[in-house]
Design a protein around this ligand. Structure first.
Ligand SMILES: Nc1ncnc2c1ncn2[C@@H]1O[C@H](COP(=O)(O)OP(=O)(O)OP(=O)(O)O)[C@@H](O)[C@H]1O
Ligand SMILES: [Mg+2]
Length: 714
């Protein structure tokens, strides 16, 4: 009974409920599942994208909202980002160790702030001095004032230096902490999250670079300039009050106008900029793809095509927003100028009237005017910083969202204090060594909910056995391994196979957490969703279909298999994997750097290094996804031999092996073979048994062998 109910479950499934849900009006179609299935998500929000799916269904469109170029939607989103409240305490905590720096920085800010109105006062006094009729007195006065200017200049230089230096240091240290935490939160996210185009590589890297730089504006120079400007403004006003309070108050009345310019500046900064930045993030996604695939781009002579693709994206996504922003910016910049000059006009008019009424003299007029004008001159700059800080806060909201996201499949790599976490070993392992069972598993990838990969897949592999999975390309063999590693959880899928008509629409059914209705994947008799993910993954060694090496030495790449592996262990693993010889011939042997993604070694070498890595890992279950990419005869034999070594060693240690095989020799030796077939609505196991039994059956297995494996038969 290894081949479980493949077909008998088809009918009780909700996907037969064709035409039940007409989902165009507001309430999402998830609310009335057909056969009493609950509609809760199985793993949180089906890898975080259920909401989006609901919206898509509601809108009756299946394009992603980001692709529609709907600017209003975009604007709303940006508006939302701005409104969301960022936890200020949390942001502050990132710079809390620099409190002392911050305090000293503030003192420097007071000094630079005071310099402005003092400059105004000196300026006013200079005007008065120059209008003294006695030349000797005038000269003495101007000399003294010139010296005072010089003194102010020296003091300002020092204060400015400290202000800039200290706040730069604070900002730099804060961003370093945030970047570290960002990466830390990133690496623990689940595969479904990474599959989502919203989290494409380009977007994530741009976030690391751009967003975090923006966050820096919230504490760095921005705070300094704001404090400095406010000091200048306040000191200027106090000086003006002392000099001539009526005029000072009248001048103050024009302040709301200046505040208005600030508001305009703010709107200016937040609008177009973040919209285009967001779009730029999307474009850098495409950009990253093309750079990553530069070999394909060049070999297919796609330079022209991809360039025009990028150009088109830029045109489509940025230009539209930029145009709108440019108009807005032009108008705003004009009005800012208009208001500022208008304020001067008003001030001169009021001053003149007050002088006329005998309430003001020339010197006080100058004192008020210049101390306040100089005092306010930093305001524009401060407004810019405030606006920038607002953008920083919006960026912080986005970044903190990731910090707070607990992935639905969480390996919880760290304790709360940031130290590495010990894994929880289940108590009921009972000496079992890697028994694997798939019980009626239904699955669709989060990014392709409408295409079921499995429709009730069942198989059971006793511990210590070697099982081979075969089936046509795309039948879901690699997916079995992804589910076993718990990169994804079984999910019954969200199905909308209807072409257009409402009648064809099929209910979205996602089942509750830890329910069995999507099927269960078990290791050693335990539902892997109840297992510590770290423990599970620790027990499994995987050699993927396209193994990836990291930009490091061969030694380091192999040693990833085991923490603190000794040189002997590494070499012995390499020998088992048939890799020792060619590694020894490398420049520098085991110190040879394989390049990014293993670019600097051949395909077959890469595979053998990956196999060595798996050999080194102390595992109970081995997953081998044989590469389909053709190697030449010689290296294929070498890879095959190293795989055979690995399988044999596994057998000797009584470990379980699952191999996705493309070569008859491997399949023939397997204890049990599972034949996958997708009859249109997700794959199931159609035949199982050992080679002899299946040949005798003369069914799909035989046909598959005849069709695909003949050529590679040895
Ligand atoms: N990350 C993914 N997101 C969405 N769909 C995927 C993803 N990975 C695979 N698929 C789809 O799931 C199905 C099963 O893929 P899988 O990789 O398991 O096939 P396979 O049997 O290993 O094929 P092959 O022999 O070619 O390696 C395919 O239709 C594939 O297009
Ligand atoms: Mg595959």
């Amino acid at each position: 009974a290894l081949v479980g109910g493949a077909h008998e479950h088809a009918d009780d499934d909700a996907r037969t409920g064709k035409g039940l849900a007409s989902v165009e009006n507001g309430n999402s179609g998830t609310s009335n599942a057909t056969n009493g299935h609950s509609v809760e998500t199985t793993y949180e929000e089906f890898a975080g994208s259920v909401e989006k799916e609901k919206e898509e269904v509601d809108d009756d469109t299946h394009t992603q909202s980001t692709d529609t170029g709907d600017l209003n939607e975009e604007d709303k989103q940006i508006e939302e980002d701005f409104k969301k409240h960022v936890d200020k305490k949390r942001l502050k905590a990132y710079s809390s160790p620099e409190q002392c720096y911050f305090f000293c920085g503030l003192i420097a800010c007071f000094c630079t702030g005071l310099a402005w109105p003092i400059c105004g006062v000196l300026f006013a006094l200079m005007l008065s001095a120059m209008s003294i009729l006695d030349y000797d007195v005038a000269r003495t006065w101007t000399e003294w004032l010139a010296a005072a200017f010089g003194l102010l200049a020296v003091a300002d230089i020092v204060a400015q230096y400290f202000q800039t230096y200290l706040f730069e240091v604070i900002g730099e240290r804060m961003t370093r902490r945030i970047r570290t935490d960002y990466f830390r939160s990133l690496v623990r996210q689940d595969m479904g999250w990474f599959d989502d185009p919203a989290n494409a590589l380009g977007v994530l890297t741009s976030r690391l670079a751009v967003d975090i730089k923006l966050i820096r504006l919230t504490v760095g120079q921005g705070t300094g300039s704001t404090v400095s400007s406010l000091t200048a403004l306040l000191a200027g006003f106090i000086i003006a009050l002392i000099a001539a309070w009526q005029f000072a108050l009248a001048f103050l009345a024009t302040m709301p106008l200046l505040a208005m310019t600030e508001a305009i500046n703010w709107a200016l900064m937040k609008g177009g900029d973040s919209a285009s930045k967001k779009k730029l993030g999307e474009i850098s996604g495409a950009f990253g793809e093309y750079v990553n695939g530069i070999r394909e781009v060049q070999s297919f002579s796609l330079e022209e095509v991809v360039t025009s693709d990028i150009a088109e994206l830029l045109q489509e996504k940025i230009l539209v927003i930029a145009k709108k922003a440019a108009v807005f910016r032009g108008i705003s910049a004009g009005s800012v100028q208009f208001i500022q000059l208008g304020v001067y006009a008003l001030a001169f008019y009021i001053g003149a009237r007050l002088i006329d009424d005998g309430l003001l003299d020339f010197e006080s007029f100058n004192l008020v005017l210049w101390s306040m004008a100089f005092g306010a001159s930093g305001m524009g700059m401060a407004a810019n910083w405030v606006a920038a800080a607002a953008k920083g806060k919006a960026a912080a909201v986005r970044v903190f969202e990731l910090f707070d996201r607990t992935p639905p499949i969480d390996s919880k790599p760290w304790n709360d204090d940031g130290s590495p976490r010990d894994m929880a070993v289940p108590s009921d392992v009972n000496g079992k060594k890697g028994e694997i069972e798939f019980r009626n598993v239904k699955f669709a990838y989060p990014t392709r909910k409408t295409a079921r990969v499995f429709d009730g897949l069942s198989l059971k592999i006793p511990s210590g056995q070697t099982a081979a999975l075969i089936g046509s390309s795309g039948s879901g063999k690699s997916t079995v391994m992804a589910l076993l590693e718990r990169f994804y959880d079984p999910v019954a899928a969200v199905v909308d196979r209807g072409d257009k008509g409402e009648d064809e629409r099929i209910e979205i059914v996602i089942d509750g957490k830890l329910s069995d209705s999507n099927g269960v994947v078990m290791v050693d008799g335990v539902d892997i969703r109840k297992m510590d993910v770290k423990y599970l993954r620790n027990a499994i060694a995987l050699v993927g279909q396209e193994p990836v090496l990291f930009d490091a030495s061969v030694r380091e790449n192999i040693a990833f298999g085991k923490d603190g592996a000794s040189e002997e262990e590494i070499i012995s693993a390499a020998k088992t994997a048939n890799a020792h010889e060619f590694i020894s011939n490398f420049d520098g042997g085991y110190d040879y750097n394989v390049g990014s993604r293993g670019k600097k070694v051949s395909g077959g070498q890469k595979q053998r290094i990956a196999i060595a890595r798996a050999v080194l890992k102390e595992h109970r279950i081995l997953l081998l996804d044989e590469a389909t990419s053709a190697l030449d005869n010689e290296s294929e034999k070498l890879v095959q031999a190293s795989l055979d070594n690995l399988i044999a060693e596994n057998k000797a240690h009584d470990r379980t092996t699952i191999i996705i095989a493309h070569r008859l020799s491997t399949v023939r030796n397997a204890d049990c073979i599972y034949v996958f077939e997708n009859a249109g609505d997700g794959a199931v196991v159609v035949e199982s048994g050992n080679h002899k039994e299946l040949i005798a059956l003369n069914g799909k297995y035989k046909a598959l062998l005849d069709a695909t494996m003949q050529s590679t038969e040895d």
